[in-house]
Ligand binder design. Structure first.
Ligand code: GLC
Length: 747
């Protein structure tokens, strides 16, 4: 029984997709078998070999002609793509077209917020639109496969790749992953603007010890089932065409050789019939892991575990024939792999339409798509503080100081994993604010620091002078994009360089200090939060970030973003996340802080519970948190019944009221907790959310429908089911939701 099907069906076209494929499936499978029967062993192995292009056409062309390469990555030019396809289709013996992959992670030319920012929108329809635009632009250059969405659950802001994730929540990650898959793949993979999605990195890569990229993970089976696997299952249920295996070794087994997960779970249990591709040399890295003695053993272990295409490892093309001859790899294994590859090529329509129209440059940066990029940026920004309604700023200010290394940083603003986006198209906050308000207010702009790591304070005086002269100061700080993403983990997530000093100096002289952070992860910003009158947090916003920020700052729009990941007070609190277990000694608010401890305090006087003496127990901000310029009230929660069976649906209603002065959108969230289970259960689990727009003073009755099957999990017996007993359900604007009711699940 597939769970979480409601996640996929929320976004509609899954049914259509599976119907389309079901019809095509019988036809395509016949064509696959026919072609497979004509292939030599060498040609089959060639389909399993993926090589990156970096201008080396002369080297790759003969390989493509010989049928030794089945897919390329990093071709992002229509003419080059057509040239390679022409060789494959018109010069190779069987004319099998190529898959052409690229990391189109958060946009191709038009760049959207990094996925962590897109998650903060809690708007899957918008995320789907962003992916559709990315596919439209990428497919115009011959790309037919993207290595996205990244579905790694991450509870560790030290990990650079949290930027590419949708954060710490399996439900939110699943919803956003399905949205991206549907956006990339459209309602039919053979549409010329559809590209194959590739949920990655299967699986558990985000649990790298110490947040250090590529590091080992130690995820036990039940946590793997209940936290890390569900988003991938959602994506498979939504029709994801491919999956990428991860770099990490989990409990001593490299994921790229983990047959239990790659074959028994993905293939046998989830009936996945798409391609499993390795990560870049994640096959041959088994030698470095100490899991294979040489490339030949790499090839044997990877292909037998279930990896169909080897990205850049070259062990398949070199050793599979020999391994077949030695009986260490069965020809059925090769045939099954090639079936998956050919099936996708047929589904993509590549045999009918291998070439791309070479003059589609006009699809890039279309006005209507830039508007979507603006909307995504705007909805991804989170208001974390707004003392005395500092924001929105009056448009009648006489003067404004714009300061900081991120105020006009077009490259940094695009974020990590940008190969094809162009910084020349970035609208920065400085651009946007000057374009709009230069005529009506005096704008002083000073960087103060050249870049986020800059430790040279020699220009501080200019920034201080600007702040002194202005009615308000907006300080843009954060992190350069190179400090985020793959292989870019941090041990300390405080602001780098002299940014903290700059905040301190500006605090002394600013009439109003508004801080805007632009980063690729949660940073430890307690001091900056203290100093700011108002603080907006953004995850590298992409091309249109500047106009989005400007509109929010001056009240053209109202912040609606919510945190997709918990913000720690101290890096030492990590891992810290909302869906934690209660422990046998849960802390409460009575813990003594380290500087309040009396001298020679009695051993047990500080509260014998689970907290840090120097950081307490709470994060700086909880998952799901985000303020607005208005306020919202949650009242009158009601359940359709207080006893439900496990095939029924719990209907939760409540009244939401906009009790403030601005028309605004609230992301209302529904959380549950199983009070007693066959294994301990998280204290909160997000199970649904909605974006609700209310005018100032308006109230609305909101309804959540929660199929009780959504409470199923893998219990002590290793089976997935709903357990009977007491549950709580809450609704609220973040994971500290208080308005709740109890209910029972009964037989
Ligand atoms: C990288 C990344 C992966 C990416 C692949 C191709 O190492 O781990 O996410 O898709 O290689 O660029």
């Amino acid at each position: 029984m597939k769970k979480r099907v409601s996640v996929a069906s929320i976004l509609g076209c899954t049914l259509l997709l599976s119907c389309t494929q079901t019809t095509d499936k019988s036809d395509i499978d016949l064509r696959v078998e026919k072609l497979l029967s004509q292939m030599t062993l060498e040609e089959k192995i060639g389909q399993m070999n993926q090589i990156s292009f970096w201008g080396n056409s002369e080297e790759l062309a003969p390989q493509v002609k010989a049928g030794n390469i089945g897919s390329l990555l990093n071709v992002a030019d229509a003419t080059i793509a057509n040239a390679f396809q022409k060789i494959a289709v018109e010069e190779s013996r069987l004319g099998i077209p190529l898959l052409i992959g690229r990391d189109v992670i958060h946009g191709f030319k038009t760049i959207f917020p990094i996925p962590l920012g897109q998650a903060a929108t809690f708007n899957p329809e918008l995320v789907k639109e962003c992916a559709q635009i990315a596919a439209l632009e990428a497919s115009a250059t011959g790309i037919n496969w993207t290595f996205a969405p990244m579905l790694d659950i991450s509870r560790d802001a030290r990990w650079g790749r949290i930027a590419e994730s949708f954060g710490e929540c399996p439900y939110l990650t699943g919803v956003m992953g399905v949205a991206m898959v549907n956006g990339f793949q459209g309602d039919n993979l053979s549409n010329k603007t559809s590209i194959a999605a590739c949920p990655k990195h299967f699986v558990g890569y985000g649990a790298a010890e110490a947040g250090k990229d590529y590091n080992s993970t130690n995820i036990p089976p039940l946590l793997m089932r209940n936290l890390y696997l569900p988003p991938f299952e959602d994506a498979i249920n939504a029709g994801a065409a491919t999956i990428m295996s991860a770099f990490n070794d989990n409990d001593g087994i490299p994921m790229t050789a983990n047959k239990e997960l790659l074959t028994n779970v993905l293939r046998k249990e989830w009936k996945f019939d798409g391609i499993i591709v390795s990560d870049w040399t994640s096959t041959t890295e088994m030698i470095m892991h100490g899991f294979a003695k040489d490339d030949k053993e790499v090839a044997e272990k990877s292909v037998n575990a279930g990896v169909n295409i080897e990205m850049m490892g070259m062990s398949y093309i070199t050793h599979l024939k020999e391994l077949i001859n030695e009986g260490k790899v069965k020809i059925n294994t090769i045939d099954d792999a090639v079936r998956n590859i050919l099936r996708l090529k047929f589904r993509l329509g590549l045999f009918e339409n291998p070439y791309v129209d070479e003059d589609q440059q006009n699809v890039f940066y279309k006005e209507e798509n830039l508007k979507i990029a603006h909307k995504a940026a705007e909805e991804s920004i989170i208001l974390l503080k707004n003392n005395n309604n500092t924001l929105p700023l009056s448009k009648n200010l006489n003067s404004l100081a714009i300061i900081g290394p991120m105020a006009d940083a077009p490259h940094e603003q695009l974020g990590t994993w940008i190969f094809d986006g162009e910084k020349s198209k970035t609208i920065t906050p400085l651009n946007a604010i000057k374009n709009k308000y230069d005529e009506t207010m005096q704008i002083f702009y000073e960087k103060g620091l050249e870049f986020s790591r800059d430790r040279d304070k020699s220009q501080f005086w200019r920034a201080v002078q600007a702040a002194q002269s202005a009615d308000a100061t907006i300080l843009f700080i954060g992190e350069e994009s190179i400090l985020t993403g793959e292989a870019h983990s941090l041990a300390d997530i405080n602001l780098k360089g002299a940014q903290k000093d700059l905040v301190r100096e500006l605090k002394k002289v600013s009439k109003k200090l508004i801080i805007v952070v632009m980063a690729g992860r949660p940073l430890t910003i307690s001091d900056e939060l203290e100093a700011a009158d108002a603080l907006l947090y953004s995850f590298h916003l992409g091309t249109m970030g500047g106009t989005a920020i400007a509109d929010l700052l001056f009240g053209e729009t109202v912040p609606s973003g919510k945190l997709p990941v918990t913000f720690p007070k101290e890096v030492g609190q990590i891992p810290i996340y909302y869906n934690h277990n209660n422990t046998g000694r849960p802390a409460d608010n009575t813990e003594t802080h380290i500087y309040d401890i009396p001298l020679e305090a009695e051993q047990t006087s500080l509260g014998m519970t689970s907290f840090h003496l120097d950081a307490g127990l709470k994060p700086l901000f909880p998952f799901g948190f985000g303020l607005s310029y208005t306020t919202f009230e949650y009242d009158f929660i009601k359940l359709n019944k207080h006893e439900v069976t496990d095939n029924e649906t719990l209907i939760v209603t409540f009244t939401l009221t906009n009790t403030g002065d601005f028309d605004a959108t609230e992301v209302v969230q529904l959380y549950t907790r199983q009070l007693v289970g066959s294994i301990v259960r998280p204290v909160k689990e997000l199970k649904a959310f909605q974006r609700i727009f209310l005018k100032s003073g308006e109230s609305q009755k909101v309804t959540f429908s929660l199929p009780i099957q959504e409470l199923a999990f893998f219990g002590i017996d290793g089976q997935r089911k709903v357990e009977h007993g007491s549950f709580k359900v809450w609704v609220g604007g973040d994971s500290n939701a208080k308005l709740g009711e109890e209910f029972m699940v009964v037989r």
